[in-house]
Design a protein around this ligand. Structure first.
Ligand code: SF4
Length: 245
């Protein structure tokens, strides 16, 4: 299999498909599924090959379904070797709020969902406090696969995964982004400053306002910081209500 981004061709087996043909096939499948019609794939024509081909396509050309398939089949960095599954993200595809964390931990890797377990429950409570819920916002991570032993993402891994997140942001078009925790804040803002210095201000990611706050796992270890995270959420709410820009 081979993807020639410059010429827009993907080789699947012995056949060359243009990216337009691939897009059109994906759209056909999405349409048939939406109409409740099963998409038949011959046993001798392995669909994972197709999904691998999608994974080779530039993320910026993909819609939701293709992006999800692309992430699921991704082998762009070594983290694919140790994952149970990719953790794509959850929530509303047209949410006003987008929360971006670091990377899946063990529980997220097992369940395929970001921010689960005790930290996830605390995040849900934080959302409830501002009148939002897990399914009314969109939650994603910088990395879609779990780094071993919960180590920090390496620069090459973040770079390899970045276009997926960028495409998610383009598709959701949130009104505000909440960078949750040090890694997300530093990588989104291309900064090495600590969270304590990045929070309390309105940053921008392109045109979108971005607020930094503490990771709920950190808040569980340091409950005295919860008041600051509340201040961050209030700041984000003021931005959303147009009181700040
Ligand atoms: S972390 Fe991202 S780039 Fe690396 S294999 Fe997973 S999906 Fe692909």
């Amino acid at each position: 299999m081979y993807c020639d981004h410059g010429r827009g061709k993907i080789a699947v087996g012995t056949e060359y498909l243009t990216t337009e043909m691939m897009q059109s096939e994906l759209e056909r499948r999405a349409y048939l599924r939406a109409m409740g019609i099963d998409v038949w794939i011959p046993r001798n024509q392995a669909d994972p090959v197709f999904e691998d081909a999608v994974a080779e396509c530039p993320a910026e050309a993909l819609g939701w379904e293709e992006l999800r398939a692309s992430v699921a089949g991704c082998t762009r960095c070594v983290l694919h070797q140790g994952r149970t599954q990719t953790v794509f993200g959850v929530g509303s595809p047209d949410a006003d709020w987008m929360l971006i964390g670091e990377a899946p931990g063990a529980e997220e890797d097992r369940r395929g969902e970001p921010f689960v377990g005790r930290a996830g429950k605390l995040l849900d409570e934080m959302l409830r406090a501002i009148g939002e819920a897990r399914d009314s916002v969109f939650i994603a991570n910088i990395l879609k696969c779990r780094p071993p032993n919960n180590r920090d993402p390496k620069p090459d891994e973040s770079a390899a995964c970045r276009s997926y997140l960028e495409r998610q942001i383009e598709l959701v078009r949130p009104k505000i982004i909440l960078a949750v925790g040090r890694i997300a804040a530093q990588q989104l803002l291309d900064s090495d400053a600590p969270v304590g210095r990045l929070r309390g201000k309105v940053h921008r990611l392109g045109e979108t306002p971005l607020i930094v706050t503490y990771h709920p796992a950190y808040l569980l270890r340091s409950p005295s910081q919860k008041r600051k995270s509340w201040d961050d959420l209030c700041l984000a709410r003021r931005v959303m209500s147009g009181m700040l820009s």
